[in-house]
Design a protein around this ligand. Structure first.
Ligand code: HEM
Length: 458
């Protein structure tokens, strides 16, 4: 790539492909095919009026991700935001606007913040993590096992990662409840500003608590790290970890379950007792990566790439989904090949790949183990995807199964030891043998609301 002064087609001048509507969510592959016709980059709109360039080629994506000197992650360089073309409260601002965290910084500042994260996450024992996932999974499955039907998105894939993170971060129950409420507001757009404030103040309170009484948890390790994060950096790092660790994780779990339950290649092995969960995870990471388009970068100067001018400060979004399905690569995709870009690449690649994979694998295995005859309650083509430019996320995953026994294994092992919630579990426990339970039908429709009710022991 070289800076250029001669007029050349500017990516932002071609007609931008909208990445926010239900059409894109229903068939993103068609949009990627259209965009590839004009080369490895294409103009897009992330939300109405918010322009960006999508990188759809695998090689081009790697080039951007591995050239931090030319492509910055610092969104204070975002020209349209700085000059007011894009309003500060546009829907994609929470995912793009600057905050002092590892995701949005470059160079030594990024290395310092990232090292604190990798060291703190590195202290989580895989064995302990597996236990957290199994206990949280059991508690959630107990909520719907006797009902014979469930929405695995709202009742399982969505709440499970946050329960696991609460354990990793050493969150006491009352803080966990507020984090759940804050995340619910942000994801369901109830009152994003209020929810964000709740999340931030709760994380602040958690930091103060862990300063007074440190424990063997990620929060305490972050506070004690030699990088000496300020309180502001600590808050933004924890909020980043919660956001990064929940939405993509739920999508990996849900998208893998969808594949396992709908594809004959996997269904055959399910009844045979060998569960190719790892293969399903690999396939989803290639074909439906949980973060479909992200890793927003800003050229630090005008750059000419394959005949297209990429303007300084104009957002470049990496399409992990399009890059993974770049026709030049398709022949190489097979289980065990992990050259996909679902975790990104370069200095900002996901620092929690091992933990993230383990959480998803255990979550899926546990569910298939407890409800082995589970099947989709609707044809796979009727499943809907949630609109949004960044994620590949199902709106719901309804399944039916033979009503199963609840286990008392999770009792007393409630995430963060919540007594009220354990009481709720006891109340919902149904005798084994297949009686359908009423509580599920009466439960609030939203998974977050249900999780919140559960934390409160309602
Ligand atoms: C299936 C689950 C996950 C997927 C698919 C995923 C994917 C990604 C991707 C694509 C990025 C790069 C984003 C960018 O550059 O803009 C990233 C970064 C990151 N992820 Fe993950 N992630 C997952 C789970 C997690 C978990 C469980 C955690 C922590 C608890 C985590 C923490 C982070 C952090 C801190 C970053 C920023 C790293 C940096 O900028 O240096 N992720 N992840």
């Amino acid at each position: 790539m070289t800076p250029e002064t001669t007029p050349v087609p500017e990516s932002g001048r071609r007609c931008p492909e909208p990445l926010y509507g239900p059409e894109f969510a229903a068939d993103p592959a068609a949009a990627y095919r259209r965009m590839r016709r004009t080369g490895p980059t294409a103009p897009v709109e992330l939300s109405p009026g918010v322009r960006a360039t999508l990188v759809t080629g695998y090689d081009a994506a790697l080039h951007v991700l591995r050239s931090p000197e030319t492509f910055s992650k610092d969104s204070r360089r975002w020209r349209d935001m700085a000059d007011g073309t894009v309003p500060a409260d546009c829907p994609v601002a929470p995912m793009m606007a600057y905050r002092p965290n590892a995701l949005l910084t470059d160079g030594p500042e990024h290395r310092r913040l990232r090292e604190a994260i990798t060291d703190s996450l590195g202290g989580v024992e895989p064995h302990a993590l597996r236990n957290y996932v199994e206990q949280s999974a059991d508690a959630l499955i107990d909520r719907f096992a006797a009902a014979g039907e469930a929405d695995l998105l709202a009742g399982y894939a969505r709440p499970l990662p946050l329960l696991v993170l609460n354990r990793m971060f050493g969150c006491p129950p009352e803080y966990g409840e507020r984090l759940v409420e804050g995340m619910a507001g942000i994801f369901e757009l109830v009152d994003a500003e209020k929810a964000n404030e709740l999340l931030t103040t709760t994380v602040g309170a958690l930091i103060a608590l862990k300063r007074r009484t440190p424990g063997r948890d990620v929060t305490s390790r972050l506070i004690a790290h030699p990088a000496r994060l300020t309180d502001e950096e600590l808050v933004h790092t924890l909020v980043l970890l919660i956001g990064a660790g929940t939405e993509p994780e739920q999508n990996l779990i849900a998208n893998s379950l969808r594949l396992l339950l709908s594809d004959d290649r996997f269904a055959g092995s399910l009844s045979g007792g060998s569960l190719p969960v790892e293969d399903a995870l690999d396939e989803v990471l290639w074909s439906d990566p949980p973060m479909a388009n992200y890793a927003v970068h800003f050229p630090v100067h005008d750059v000419l790439y394959e005949g297209t001018l990429l303007r300084e400060g104009h957002p470049l979004v990496i399409s992990f989904a399009a890059a993974n399905t770049d026709p030049a690569l398709v022949a190489e995709q097979h289980p065990g090949n992990r050259a996909h870009l679902a975790w990104s690449a370069g200095p900002h690649s996901c620092p929690a790949q091992g933990a993230a994979r383990l959480i998803a694998a255990v979550a899926v295995e546990k569910l298939l183990d407890r409800l082995p005859d589970m099947e989709l309650a609707v044809p796979v083509r009727d499943l809907e995807w949630r609109p949004g430019p960044f994620h590949r996320a199902l709106a719901a995953l309804p399944v039916s199964f033979r009503p199963a026994a609840v286990t008392r294994a999770a009792e007393g092992e409630r995430p963060a030891g919540d007594e009220a919630s354990a009481a709720a579990d006891r109340r919902d426990s149904a005798p084994p043998g297949g009686r359908r339970s009423a509580p599920e039908a009466a439960a609030p429709a939203s998974g977050w609301a249900r999780l919140l009710a559960w934390w409160r022991g309602e």
